[in-house]
Design a binder for this molecule. Structure first.
Ligand code: SF4
Length: 654
């Protein structure tokens, strides 16, 4: 019996990106635990991480390529699958041009080499692609406008904060490795404030939970800013030396009425004064979540929080920062040296408006669609319409591990490797700056291939002679060459499985911002005014439906084996009483987009007039919550506006 331990990294779309220790007995992964030697992972991982081996060896894994025949699927060889795909590509390109080919992917599995897929379509020609974001786009665009780029502080710098403000992020369940750093800060006397419309596991570890109305964040930020400006509590030195737009902003903020702002955010003046005091008790560190920017006004909301950070002068100082994401090291990846850049003129349509925009395309219409690393039939807003539009496309190819609701609509499904069956580089954290080398740990029992290999073979079959044909290690060495030049030690990375990318632990420490003016740029007053005035009108029959991440699943991935028949929806007890709804009763949620049946859970974690549900439920679980969410773009950043979802409730069958 052979027994060994190897390291790898979790490729799920998660802030933490854990370093995982795999126990391998006789060539099989038997147990996964957190690597004790990794400074962020610190020896523990979540249930989703521990379940990777179970998923990799699941009997539900796709074992061979599949082709749809008479509404069902039959297994075929890789040659037949890729020959068919290559023939279809040639046919549609000849008949309708390259724009008739569309490519859709997302963050279902991280991996540097997985992006070779994008390169394939760049080499193929001007295809149809999706721009925008389902996750964090509005906030990214917001910070780029304010700071010129998106940078965060190193995780351990939070220990230097006197006040930690977690604004709309449930870190205990979605960024759990931040908790030990917060505990250390609390031991030194740091106070933790959590702002969230819902009571969560994170509010339980806070000193103060501020429960705002959903979509009330910008109004609250304006009330706090007004108090800071009127009472001269802002950092004059930072504002006058390093910012642009204060004069106009100050006049506008002074003109706002506390009464109106407090009504919009659902809080009181004591909270505003208390919060302003905590913010200027420097250094204060703000961590923003992604739910609050999944609104029509999402970008301006994040800009209003950045505004508070600038007024408080907590930018560029240790223990401070307005932290949204930390992805700057992605720009060090050297695509140019790996493959000469092509400059295709792709046709772009909005990702959040998938169904409406794809259906509306003409000249040419999309005839062939590739989908990978995602399950849009569940995860896209207006999900039912998305399924309908995908069904209507002549030829669909889906790359996945499992037969998802989206894969079921495909004409060909290609089974891809699980991360422990392939070699790749992982650098996907939105929070820390570690890069991982994921070595292939076990042989492939199934007839599966990594995405990059699939596209390399397709390029050969299509006679794309300029498409680079390289092995994994050659790709990795070329793509990381800029980082090697900057001192990244390749053998250390491969030996230890991870290394830290050298970025300043304090974002914007030199106060040289990447904006055009070189200064922090305050949100313009027209955008701010539009943002706080954008509350939808609601009747007493209307509920705002918030979709939140489940602790047990990364988006839709871990509901594969769930036997839940109807997704739970959390309903405030006052509303339940008024509508005479009992706990565990089946109710229907409906609006102009669709209807789903859900199981009522009476809970005062939410507020009256607000429902919340976990995202990711499959069709077999009663249907995706996204059957109800609107297809629209946020103000900036083409972000999906999942939380701008208003629906009504009726008793089942009523
Ligand atoms: S999902 Fe996140 S917390 Fe869980 S193992 Fe993966 S990276 Fe770690």
């Amino acid at each position: 019996m052979s027994n060994e331990y190897k390291l790898c990294a979790c490729p799920l779309d998660c802030f933490d990106v854990c370093s995982i220790r795999a126990e391998i007995i006789d060539g099989k992964v038997t147990k996964l635990t957190g690597n004790k030697e990794h400074p962020i992972t610190q020896g523990f991982i979540c249930e989703k991480g521990r379940k990777h081996a179970e998923r990799m060896y699941s009997p539900l894994r796709l074992k061979k390529p599949m082709k749809k025949v008479n509404g069902g699927f039959v297994e075929i060889t890789w040659d037949e699958a890729l020959d068919t795909i290559a023939d279809k590509l040639k046919h549609y390109i000849n008949e309708y041009g390259t724009l008739s080919i569309a490519q859709y992917n997302d963050g279902g599995a991280a991996g540097l080499l997985k992006n070779i897929e994008n390169l394939f379509f760049d080499y193929l020609g001007d295809v149809t692609q999706f721009e925008g974001n389902l996750c964090w786009g509005a906030g990214m665009a917001a910070q780029k406008l304010d700071f010129g780029d998106v940078k965060g502080h190193a995780p351990e710098d939070i220990e230097n904060a006197k006040t930690i403000i977690i604004w709309g992020r449930n870190i205990v369940e979605t960024n759990m490795h931040m908790v030990p750093f917060i505990k250390k800060a609390k031991e030194k006397g740091t106070k933790v404030i959590v702002i969230d419309p819902i009571t969560t596991a994170t509010t339980a570890i806070s000193d103060w939970h501020i429960k705002l109305k959903p979509k009330g964040d910008a109004a609250f930020a304006c009330a706090v800013a007004k108090y800071m400006i009127e009472n001269k509590l802002f950092d004059h030195s930072f504002v006058y030396n390093y910012t642009k737009g204060f004069h106009e902003l100050s006049s506008y903020i002074r003109s706002l009425s506390y009464k109106e702002l407090l009504k919009l955010c659902g809080t009181n003046m004591d909270t505003v004064i208390g919060f302003a005091g905590a913010l200027v008790h420097k250094p204060a560190s703000i961590y923003i979540g992604y739910g609050l920017q999944r609104y029509k006004n999402g970008g301006s909301t994040v800009r209003s929080i950045d505004m508070l950070g600038a007024l408080a002068g907590i930018i560029g100082i240790s223990g401070g920062g307005v932290n949204y994401a930390n992805k700057v090291y992605g720009s060090f990846i050297d695509w140019e040296s790996a493959a000469p850049t092509k400059e295709p003129e792709h046709r772009y349509i909005s990702k959040p408006r998938f169904a409406a925009d794809l259906a509306g395309l003409d000249n040419p219409k999309v005839k062939m669609l590739f989908i990978s690393r995602s399950n849009p039939v569940v995860q896209q807003p207006d999900a039912a319409e998305v399924a309908y539009v995908i069904k209507g496309i002549e030829f669909k190819v889906v790359l996945d591990h499992f037969m998802t609701d989206t894969a079921k609509l495909a004409d060909i499904v290609l089974p891809v490797t699980y991360f422990m069956e392939e070699t790749d580089i992982i650098y996907s954290s939105m929070w820390n700056s570690y890069m991982f080398y994921n070595e292939k740990l076990v042989s492939r029992d199934l007839d599966v291939k990594p995405e990059f290999e699939i596209y390399s073979i397709l390029a050969q079959k299509l006679g794309m002679s300029d498409f680079p044909q390289m092995k994994e290690e050659q790709w990795i060495d070329k793509l990381l060459s800029k980082l090697y030049d900057k001192g990244l030690n390749a053998s250390e990375l491969k030996r230890n499985s991870f290394t830290k990318i050298n970025v300043n632990p304090v974002a914007w420490e030199n106060k040289e911002f990447s904006t055009q003016s070189g200064r922090f740029e305050f949100i313009d007053t027209a955008s701010l005014n539009g943002c706080i005035a954008s509350e939808q009108s609601k009747t007493s029959e209307d509920f705002r439906l918030l979709t939140v991440h489940a602790k047990e699943s990364l988006h839709s991935q871990h509901f594969l084996t769930s036997e839940v028949e109807h997704p739970p929806v959390y309903l405030n007890s006052q509303d339940a009483l008024r509508l005479e709804i009992n706990s565990n009763e089946l109710i229907e949620l409906y609006n102009e987009y669709g209807c789903i049946t859900a199981e009522a859970m009476i809970s005062d974690k939410g507020q009256s007039g607000v429902l919340f549900m976990h995202e990711g439920w499959w069709k077999k679980n009663g249907g995706s919550v996204n059957s109800l969410t609107p297809h629209d773009n946020s103000d900036i950043g083409l972000q999906a506006v999942y939380n701008d979802c208003i629906c009504k409730i009726r008793k089942q069958g009523a």
